[in-house]
Design a protein around this ligand. Structure first.
Ligand code: SF4
Length: 412
């Protein structure tokens, strides 16, 4: 995750005081354990076009039960995991979701909920507010027509927006989650307007990744130019919000080239802060899969992140998460935890490798079969990454390779 607003606030403070805020330069502030995104249930009332979990509205056999969830939580706490993001499928379809969330809060985890919002009525909103979720992310993929088409349900937009309002009115921190493709790029600017009109203070911009139905729809991924235009808009917006002191937060996910692209933005507008920002971006370090971000799926299988469901590291039914996560006998995990990562191609030669970390390895693997190949989702030009001198390997073209699932395959 790339926290644009954090950097913009620092930049605004630097512009105001003439000094980059000192505390922020002391270190990365990285937590001791990873943030865990936990897909507690695969069932979903929707079948969205870009769902990485390929969920459907039926039960999936073999999911972790309450007792097993409790054991995992105890292990996560001992491993000093700071954040649990409860996700699905649709997590609110899990009958014991509020028991799990309550326990999570009592144990001191920062507890987030990732939901499509369509099941949140007044009563559900009251429960969410009473329980004290730290954050609720609701997916909106565009305005009404676009969103309903993406979500394959008439009325989905109205229901999700109603949920946003119900939660907001109860003081719950709620954010919009938007995944951009060429089919919904035209709704990006209107969604930003809607965010402000509805007094929502967080916007999560997700680049399309190649996993689940996102892989099947790869051919419709937004082209690099529209990605750059969207990022320019987002950076301008986040900058103005920071400068005006608005309580708004903008973050992106699934493309760590956003870090070097922010540096480029600052080089154009505030060149005197570019060197300092670069230091901050290097401290951030780019892609965190397998290091600071982890995923546990509905069956208890651990993955480097949610886009690696085709790669299993082991099951919490057989070994505690803490053991699985620290075991680098898996070559993928060893590579992800290596510093620097053994990334090849244009990423390996890129002048921004220390910022971006080589970006998203899933995309490289899905396209070439090699998880250490260059990331085909990088939208920076050869010139921008310092390869204008003819050293550049040929960029990968787009023809999907479908990776077979490995042991612990998900129930159908
Ligand atoms: S070339 Fe690779 S390492 Fe460089 S910015 Fe792009 S994705 Fe990141």
């Amino acid at each position: 995750m790339f926290r644009i607003s954090q950097f913009m606030r620092e930049l605004a403070q630097a512009e105001e005081t003439g000094q980059w805020p000192v505390a922020s330069r002391r270190g990365t502030g990285k937590p001791p354990g990873p943030v865990v995104i936990w897909n507690l249930i695969r069932r979903c009332n929707l079948t969205c076009k870009h769902c990485y979990a390929l969920s459907a509205d039926h039960d999936y056999a073999g999911e972790l039960n309450w007792r097993e969830v409790v054991e995992v939580m105890d292990d996560l706490k001992a491993f000093r995991v700071p954040v649990l993001i409860l996700s699905g499928g649709e997590p609110l379809m899990r009958p014991d979701i509020f028991d799990i969330a309550q326990r999570s809060k009592l144990m001191g985890f920062y507890t987030g909920l990732s939901t499509n919002g369509t099941l949140i009525d007044r009563e559900m909103a009251d429960r969410i507010a009473d329980l004290g979720f730290d954050y609720v992310g609701i997916s909106l993929d565009g305005l009404r027509e676009t969103h309903d088409k993406f979500r394959r349900l008439d009325g989905a937009f109205d229901r999700s927006l109603a949920a946003v309002r119900l939660l907001r009115d109860r003081g719950v921190k709620v954010g919009l989650r938007y995944t951009m493709t060429s089919l919904n790029a035209h709704d990006f600017a209107p969604l930003l307007q809607l965010m402000r009109r509805e007094h929502v203070n967080k916007f999560y911009f997700s680049h399309l990744n190649y996993a689940g139905r996102g892989n099947i729809h790869r051919g419709k991924d937004a082209q690099f130019q529209s990605t750059r235009e969207a990022l320019d808009r987002l950076y301008d917006r986040a900058w103005m919000a920071a400068w005006e002191g608005l309580d708004e937060e903008y973050v992106t996910g699934n493309n760590d080239a956003d870090g070097p692209y922010l540096l480029r933005w600052v080089q154009r507008r505030f060149p005197h802060w570019a060197a300092t920002l670069r230091e901050r971006l290097v401290a951030w370090g780019g892609n965190a899969s397998g290091v600071n971000v982890a995923n546990i799926d509905n069956l208890g299988v651990v993955h480097p992140d949610t886009m690696w469901w085709h790669h299993s590291l082991g099951s919490v039914r057989e070994r505690p998460f803490s053991q699985i996560w620290t075991d680098t006998s898996d070559p993928l995990m060893a590579g992800l935890k290596a510093h620097p990562r053994p990334v090849q191609g244009r990423c390996g030669q890129c002048r921004h490798f220390d910022i971006c970390g080589g970006n998203t390895r899933t995309r490289a693997q899905q396209l070439t079969g090699n998880p250490w190949a260059e990331d085909p989702g990088c939208y920076l030009s050869d010139e921008e990454i310092g390869l204008a001198g003819g050293l550049t390997p040929v960029r990968q073209s787009s023809s999907p390779i479908f990776i077979k699932e490995v042991p612990y395959a998900h129930a159908a």
